[in-house]
Design a protein around this ligand. Structure first.
Ligand code: ADP
Ligand code: ZN
Length: 519
């Protein structure tokens, strides 16, 4: 078996050897066993079902939710001489019927199908009459209600096991936090399947997180160290995508926007250019990227906070698939946290879901605020231990300095308290710094005892204080209301002088700039 698998790998796919767990997985599935494969993006999941499909008699049926990806894969396979087809809503009836006939006639090695198509009674009965090598369930995390890619039809895929108990199934995903992993196994009835968990480390990606104070200017500084490179810049809103793309174009960068509000045609054209040309920067909402296989993306920049660590990992994972150095840059501020918290509270979701989303956001904020090695924190969230600090993240390269912020924290907390626990950080910082403006006078905040007591720190430093106090649960965001800040249970000890507060020193802008680009 092994030698035949290697022959196929070399002769059909043109690769000298298997990577990581691939060989073990191929053998396991080719032998007729079920598998649950957790491998990072770019790890090489496709071969894990493509080769067993070629080794076994019959056609490998691949369930995939991504139409664009299906087409790419099938095209690539055909060029290698593999008899591959796909069935989805983009095909006309005649073509689809033709493909179904080939399947029945045993003329296909691999058939990619969209889940809704697979589950249609007509197609299931066709499968009854065909010879099936295996079922591959790609993007298996779509079965999880908690992920952002939930697909209802994935829940019904257990029918494959019920109707064809002896045909091996292989489910694959790049999302692998332990709860999702458990849910996949349970929902797809793969509890008995052997699990193949690869390391999720992407050693060539350098992680870098900066405090946001003028996102667009900071992005400009960052991009200056990456001129001429392909990259992706993620923004939360469509409007911001447009604006950011314009800013970059003014800088002489070939930047293209991508979001769901653009014409399908424009989107497709921009995507094509990104894939084919060098040095294009795609500015996008998270709608962009699922299934994008461009090996030489040199950086992924986040202008806004993603919603979860898994999302962040997936998005940053699009950088450096060729193994060459790449950078993941994230610019985050308290404003993002407030906005995302409000989005969670104001959503239609049930309480259980909201609780989960709050937890996910908190762990992402924890990642942003950590003074530990970022890779260690990132991988730990996937249940993976990374023994030593990595030496390739901002915290490893430039260890954070801390300062005793107890007095500053006391000033901040008492300013929150005295102004009535309903204002946001921007206003509070103005009060602390003794700024004379309309709003402050309107509320009579120039009369507060905390007015002007914080002129020893600049606004940037204060932003860092407030953001870190929220992250440390010494302040909380009133996310159901206007996003004002309130004291928490824990704040009292600080106000009473019973608890010291050590915070990370925010970098002056100049030093942040110096750290951009390749060190
Ligand atoms: P995933 O689906 O896990 O994101 P892919 O299956 O698309 O990853 O593979 C990512 C890239 O790695 C592809 O360009 C693929 O051709 C390449 N690749 C996969 N396995 C090998 C291998 N054994 N040797 C060399 N290249 C490989
Ligand atoms: Zn590190």
């Amino acid at each position: 078996m092994t030698t035949r698998a290697r022959e196929l790998l070399q002769n059909v796919f043109g690769f000298p050897g298997f990577r990581g767990e691939q060989e073990a997985i191929v053998e396991h599935v080719a032998d007729g066993n079920d598998a649950l494969v957790l491998m990072p993006t770019g790890g090489g999941k496709s071969l894990c079902y493509q080769i067993p499909a070629l080794l076994r008699e019959g056609c490998g049926i691949v369930v995939s939710p991504l139409i664009a990806l299906m087409q790419d894969q099938v095209e690539a396979l055909r060029q290698l001489g593999v008899r591959a087809e796909y069935l989805n809503s983009t095909l006309d009836a005649g073509t689809a019927a033709q493909i179904e006939r080939s399947l029945l006639a045993g003329e296909l090695d691999l058939l990619y199908v969209a889940p809704e198509r697979l589950l249609s009674p007509g197609f299931l009965s066709l499968l009854e009459r065909s010879r099936i090598a295996l079922f591959a369930i790609d993007e298996a995390h779509c079965v999880s209600q908690w992920g952002h890619d939930f697909r209802r039809e994935y829940r019904e895929l257990t029918i494959l096991h019920e109707r064809w108990p002896s045909i091996p199934r292989i489910a694959l995903t790049a999302t692998a936090d332990p709860p999702t992993q458990r849910e996949i196994a349970e929902r797809l009835q793969l509890e008995q399947a052997q699990r193949f968990v690869s390391s999720f480390d992407r050693p060539n990606i350098r992680y870098n997180v900066v405090q946001k104070d003028n996102g667009r200017r900071q992005l400009r500084d960052f991009i200056a160290g990456h001129m001429g490179e392909s990259g992706i810049v993620y923004c939360l809103s469509r409007k911001k995508v447009e604006k950011t793309a314009e800013t970059l174009v003014e800088l002489g960068v070939t930047a293209l926007p991508y979001h769901a509000g653009l014409d399908a045609e424009v989107r497709a054209r921009n995507q094509r250019r990104f894939l084919r040309e060098d040095g294009i920067v795609m500015v996008a909402t998270i709608a962009f990227g699922m299934g994008i296989d461009k090996p030489d993306v040199r950086f992924v920049a986040h202008m806004d906070l993603p919603k979860s660590i898994e999302g962040y990992y997936q998005e940053t994972g699009r950088a450096g698939r060729d193994g060459e150095p790449a950078e993941a840059w994230l610019c985050h501020g308290l404003g993002d946290v407030v906005l995302l918290k409000q989005m969670i509270e104001n959503s239609e979701a049930g309480e259980e879901r909201k609780r989960l989303e709050r937890r996910k956001l908190d762990s992402l904020v924890g990642y942003c605020e950590t003074m530990q090695c970022r890779r260690q924190v990132l991988l730990a969230s996937f249940g993976e231990a990374y023994p030593e600090p990595c030496g390739n993240c901002d915290n490893c390269l430039h260890p954070a300095e801390t300062w005793d912020a107890t007095v500053a924290a006391q000033k901040a907390l008492s300013c929150v308290y005295r102004s009535g626990q309903r204002f946001g950080a921007m206003h509070l910082i103005d009060v602390l710094r003794g700024v004379d403006n309309e709003r402050i006078r309107q509320f009579g905040h120039d009369q507060l005892s905390t007015f002007g007591v914080g002129h020893d720190l600049d606004a940037r430093a204060w932003r860092g204080v407030f953001r870190q106090l929220v992250a440390a649960d010494l302040l909380e965001v009133d996310a159901e209301g206007y996003g004002g800040l309130r004291l928490t249970e824990a704040s009292r000890a600080v106000l009473r002088g019973e608890r010291a507060v050590m915070l990370r020193k925010e970098l002056p802008r100049k030093r942040e700039r110096e750290r951009n680009g390749r060190a």
